[in-house]
Design a protein around this ligand. Sequence first.
Ligand SMILES: [Zn+2]
Length: 341
Amino acid sequence: MKALYYDELKGYKGIKSGDLPAPEITDNEALVRVKAFSLNHLDVWVMDGKYPVQIPLPHIFGSDASGIVERVGKNIQHIKPGDEVIVFPGLSCGHCERCIGGHDNECSSFSVLGVITNGVSAEFVKVPAENVFKKPEGLSFEEAAGIGITYTTAWNSLVTRAGIRHGDTVLVHAAGSGVGTALIQTAKQHHATVITTVGDDWKAAKAKELGADFVINHKKEDFAEAVKQITRGELADIAVDHVGAATFNKSLSCLKRGGRLVTFGNTSGDEVLVNLRYLFGKNISIHGVYVGPKTAVFQYLKLFPHRLKTVVDSVFEFKDVQKAYEKLLSRQFFGKIVVKM
Ligand SMILES: [Zn+2]
């Protein structure tokens, strides 16, 4: 099968295109013909060799895809060849207490498709059949490819972990990132007031179109000061900080008593010095989030395409995959970057 892969961990410039054997499925798996896949920062950490696990090489990368079911194992009833689907990338054992209890992303064997296992940047991908969800009607394959990690992380962050409530004020960093666009929409679905940040003025109007109530250009003003002013000193209930070291303590300072901070991704670095007195003095909770469970997918997928929509920044051809990653690293995009098969 046609595949994009790398055989050394040297970043996106090491991506090659060629023929690799198509995967064989077991009785409980599905083989999906990939129509489109979307990029995540996770892909870059893995291909840069920064992910703290051994990556088997050669490696087909990528976690989020949409496609058409090609074949299913003989035990599978809920999907059939020809179904248009989304591939959910969270892999887990399926039978432990965490999996059965709807917390499969807390399974001791949880991993993300395309990290250790071969991913979606190929003509075909195989996954456990329970990872295949019917594509909501009215969504293109390009839009559907941008849903998996992005919306699961956003939903898990705000709804499951931070327990968003009607009327909460939510701070979302980096409105233009894929997850930023998902967080803004998810928060608005819960009738929150959304304050978001951008690093370029052209992104502000797009953030407002998505429903953000206030947009701060963090290059022009201090976002923590701005949050204080916008909320007239009341501060925010929830801050979702996927930037990490560069913003973490300031995000904490944006929270009112009882506030919740959500952390994942950490594109600017992982190590932060935190004042614990500040945390307990204000009853603040910190939630680490690694993707999310399949139950979240069932919950948010119903809201597509009318109440939630994938913001697709751009669609690249298969042969231009390196240009797609170049764009991801340039930060000059708004929403998801997609590669078409
Ligand atoms: Zn499990």
